[in-house]
Design a protein. Sequence first.
Length: 378
Amino acid sequence: MANLAPPLNTGTYRNPDYTKRVITDYVAMLDPSDAPFVEAIGGLDGASSKFKFTASGIKCEWLEDTLAPLVGALTAAVTDASVTTLGVADGNMFQPGHVLKIGDELVWVSNVSGTTLTITRGFGSTTAAAHTVGVPINIVSEARLEGAVSSDLGFTNFTSDYNYSQIFERKIKLTGSAPIQDVYGFVDPYEYQAAKLMPEMMRLIELTLQEGKRTGDVAHPTTVPRAMGGVDVFLTTNITTTAVTTLSITNIENAIKLAYEDGASGQFTAIINPTDFQRITALYNNSSFIRFPPEQTRVGMVPATIVTPFGNVDFVVDRWQKVNKIYFIKPENMGMITLRPWQIKDLPADGDFTANELIGEFSFAVKLPKSMAVLNLT
């Protein structure tokens, strides 16, 4: 029987069984997948050029030392100018010939016996005075007697720190029919899934640097989960806090000043959340710092580097960084450790499936944490 209506389109109805779908042959994704913190400290094996590990293992340890201290503490009050001995907390840091400053008075050390120093008061024509318990004793110079016998000075002790390695793993599983079935968006479903896993795993490593808490049991690695500590585990000193509403350039300089006073200098890198970076930008992007000619229609300034009296600061904007917390780091003093680089391994067949896994094992090391600082905003 003849049909007067066309089979595909009647004018009011279009048969979907005969209509090709208009679909892109590309799968778009905009989910964040960057890892700026990892990149800033040299990538997944950045520690290899900064630390000299002699072996590989699931617990990484490193040694640190310090210079001899210059500041001690008085443990007994000096009541008047006639007192010629000082009680100190640590006598090993002093030796005959040291010139000490207590308040405005200089004293000269002639003998050290345990925690008692024998001294000459009012050295260099300074005025002898009374001093209370707990006041600082600063080593400011040394004036040895000619022909004096060499004397002992205490050694500083090595300290050590450590971190555990952490395993990151993800499974890739396809049915037997998947590789031979034509689909939109990609040619090879296996390659697509494998390529998607890498940025997903890098996000987790980046977040581990922010949130990681060190935990593990070397003796029971198959029953106790092992996790590496992140930045907060190591940066426990040189921490300042200020209110968001009163954030100023001075607050930033004071944070870096703490690291400077502990011996750091030169270039710092600030790992900063976008919200906090807007706050920093607002401090510098105003008429107190910059001027624009009337004919200029493109205005504004985004600080890539700021200059302070205690070192310059480069900014790394990190969407994963905690809001209200800014790390001022020295990239040369921290880095990732690769115990097992990313690799794809075949897994045993599980029915009509092909299975693989992406796996890697990494850790994180920080030396000289006092060379860095943290600014908390409340």
